[in-house]
Design a protein around this ligand. Structure first.
Ligand code: NAP
Length: 280
């Protein structure tokens, strides 16, 4: 029987690549996006496309209702992927900017996940894959809102995995480092939208951060294409023994190891050096 998957954030980047690859592998892919024009484009590309805005509970409920009507109430897998980065120093984050980051990257994901779990419990199996980040493992300057959303995702997912033991539902986290996508362009838009650069203590550093966000081509060493994440996703979905965590890219392996080995101060010194390097 054809297996079905719902993917969020398919308008670009990793979500779009995942939708394409899984369709080729024979999955029935429900590719979702929050903008109507992207849903249309996905339909034109031959996907069963759904409109799903993670900031809006009703949109999440409606998308899932529509999907379950088409599948007789079944769904084999969920790939939580749609998100954005809100750059800016922690002291420059307004309550609204921080709330918006958590609404999309965290609350929307668990709103959707908690609606899918009963479906998977009923059918006795399911795979839920969370697209986290190396920034779910370590923090970096000017990424506090995003880091908070991914650390919280790690915590909720670790708990969920314990609670789902024996249910037939597997939960996996993917931890990508730098991946080519529209992530930086979308982060730059969020930066302009929500951070008062001129009044910030960090305004000079922000100029450098903006150069990085708007730079053409890869902004960080060891950047991989979205397909590297899709390889991990395929294992999490199709292997009889899916892992709890998938490290993708050299920086993830490096920082995933260093955070276990080094005392906090030593790790901080390395992370500050990385930040100085990227904002030079
Ligand atoms: N690129 C990286 O270096 C990197 C590294 C580690 C982890 N990740 C993670 O990978 C995932 C995908 O990011 P990406 O790199 O593929 O970036 P991307 O190209 O910017 O894609 C992000 C997707 O999320 C969607 N999205 C944003 N807000 C949404 C909302 N409210 N409701 C539904 N969808 C929403 C975007 O839709 P719109 O087009 O409508 O904005 C877009 O489809 C994210 O979870 C990100 O944290 C990325």
């Amino acid at each position: 029987m054809t297996r079905s998957i719902l993917i969020t954030g398919c308008s670009s980047g990793i979500g779009a690549a995942a939708a394409r690859s899984l369709k080729t592998r024979g999955w029935r892919v429900f590719a979702s996006a929050r903008k109507a024009e992207d849903v249309e484009r996905l339909r034109a590309d031959g996907f069963e496309a759904l409109r799903l805005d993670l900031d809006d509970s009703e949109s999440i409920a409606q998308a899932l209702r529509e999907l379950l009507e088409r599948t007789d109430g079944r769904l084999d897998a969920l790939f939580n992927n749609g998100a954005y980065g809100q750059p800016g120093a922690v002291e420059d984050l307004s309550r609204d900017a921080l709330r918006a980051q958590l609404e999309t990257n965290l609350l929307g994901w668990f709103d959707l996940t908690n609606r899918v779990i009963p479906v998977m419990r009923r059918q006795g199996h399911g795979r839920i894959v969370m697209n986290s980040s190396v920034l779910g493992l370590v923090g970096l300057p000017f990424r506090g809102a995003y880091v908070a959303s991914k650390f919280a995702l790690e915590g909720l997912t670790d708990t969920l995995r314990l609670e789902l033991r024996g249910s037939g539902i597997h939960v996996a986290l993917i931890e990508p480092g730098p991946i080519t996508s529209r992530f930086r362009a979308n982060a730059h838009a969020a930066f302009l939208r929500n951070i008062d650069r001129e009044r910030s203590y960090f305004r000079e550093k922000y100029a450098a951060a903006e150069r990085r966000l708007t730079k053409q081509g890869p902004a960080a060493p060891f950047t991989l294409p979205p397909e590297a994440v899709v390889d991990a996703l395929v294992h999490a979905l199709e292997s009889p023994r899916p892992k709890a965590r998938y490290y993708v890219t050299v920086p993830t392996h490096l920082f995933g190891t260093l955070r276990r080995l080094l005392p906090t101060r030593a790790l901080d010194a390395i992370l500050r050096a990385v930040s100085r390097g990227e904002n030079r």
